[in-house]
Ligand binder design. Structure first.
Ligand SMILES: *Cc1c(COP(=O)(O)O)cnc(C)c1O
Length: 395
């Protein structure tokens, strides 16, 4: 058996199944694309093999809620991209966030989160963790002293940089250092940068989380999540949380993700190229009062080697935002992001959202703010669309 395992360290038995299973060429017949193992069950040659497997002396797939070779191939690639020992695929980004946090916290614990984290992560903290008697304290991640002051006794430091809607960037290395000093597990939602523009583990972050529904998939055709970290951490989630919450990533979604990953570096370069042009043009436009794009920051945010296609900006009161949104031809009106298509969501929509507390609105996201995702269309077409729609929506 040939071991094409990309990760740098040997994997512990059982908790982190050996990738050799996923890459065994006798399964794959040298196919350039890994097959979809669309089966729940893997049977045994004989009773002895079953005994060896259940005793933990042999690692092989048994049941796809545990190990599935197509899913494993995706997990190995994420571990290699994020420079972590291991990774674990889950059924959504939220499954990744909740599974990672629930693997650490117990009733009575406290966690610290940066303000403006992804709104459903915030709702998970507020509506779920609080009922478990876990306290969540929110701090401005740009204020390292405030983070340090909040850390004593915390089990988790939960980060997202840049933050949702406001696009505040943080000094990830400094924050993770502070977490380590206080014995808190640092976790970061790295969906925005993707491993192409930020590898938080190399900055000292313990756990890296993605909504793979965004850039990793890249084609708006899959909902998935992934957690990357040490063998010890991933092994804990794999053995203590995944089997029981059961939010397993499917083989078909893994196959779509493997296909998406092949173009990830090229897509990220193009998202960045176009987003920079459009963010700069908006910054120069008389009806735009602020642009929140990390790519325009000088000096650049520490730890970020590039900027993706998602950002927000603010309009002057002279622009009627619903008219502007409806005047656009290339930008589709919708949430999510990370695919080929350009998208727009005005903050006034999410500010008016019903159904519980909403983090995006809690800390002052203004009414005149608009979020764009710059897709893979021509930047010139996208800019002319925006400029025309602004002209058409002046009050
Ligand atoms: C979409 C998103 C999530 C949630 O991911 P799902 O795959 O939709 O569950 C988490 N974090 C960020 C930053 C997101 O944009």
């Amino acid at each position: 058996m040939k071991n094409n395992n990309n990760s740098t360290t040997p994997k512990a038995p059982i908790t982190a199944p050996e990738s050799v299973v996923a890459y065994d060429e006798s399964h794959f017949a040298n196919a350039v694309v890994p097959p979809i193992f669309q089966n729940s069950l893997f049977t045994f040659e004989n009773c002895a093999e079953m005994i060896e497997t259940y005793a933990g002396r042999k690692i092989r797939p048994v049941y796809s809620r545990g190990l599935n070779p197509t899913v494993r191939a995706f997990e190995d690639k994420i571990a290699a991209l994020e420079k972590t020992e291991d990774a674990l695929g889950l059924a959504s980004g939220m499954a990744a966030i909740s599974s990672a946090v629930l693997s650490v916290v117990k009733p009575g614990d406290r966690i610290v989160s940066v303000e403006h984290c992804y709104p459903d992560a915030y709702r998970f903290f507020e509506m779920f963790l609080r009922d478990m008697n876990v306290t969540v304290e929110y701090v401005d991640g740009r204020d390292i002293d405030a983070v340090r002051a909040a850390l004593p006794g915390a089990k988790v430091l939960y980060l997202e940089s840049p933050t949702s809607w406001t696009f505040h960037t943080h000094d990830i290395a400094a924050l993770c250092d502070a977490a380590r000093d206080h014995g808190a597990v640092s976790m970061i939602d790295n969906s925005w940068a993707s491993p192409i523009f930020c590898q938080p583990a190399t900055l000292g972050c313990d756990v890296v989380i993605h909504s793979a529904s965004k850039y990793l998939g890249g084609h708006s055709d899959v909902v998935a999540g992934v957690i990357a970290g040490t063998n010890e951490f991933i092994g804990r989630v794999r053995s203590n949380v995944l089997p029981y919450l059961g939010a397993k990533l499917s083989a078909f979604d893994s196959w779509l993700l493997l296909r998406g990953l092949r173009t990830l570096p090229a897509r990220m370069r193009e998202h960045q190229r176009s987003a920079l042009i459009i963010a700069q043009n908006l910054a120069d436009h008389p009806q735009v009062t602020a642009v929140h794009y990390p790519g325009l920051m000088t000096p650049p945010a520490p730890g970020l080697s590039g900027s993706s296609g998602l950002f927000s900006f603010e309009f002057s009161p002279k622009v009627d935002i619903p008219t502007f949104v409806d005047a656009l031809r290339f930008f589709k009106i919708g949430v999510s992001w990370g695919g080929h298509e350009s998208l727009i969501v005005p903050a006034l929509v999410t500010r008016a959202q019903v159904g519980g507390p909403n983090s995006a609105m809690r800390f002052g996201v203004p009414e005149n703010l608009v979020r764009l995702h710059i897709g893979l269309e021509s930047a010139e077409d996208l800019w002319s669309d925006l400029a025309t729609a602004i002209e058409a929506s002046l009050k």
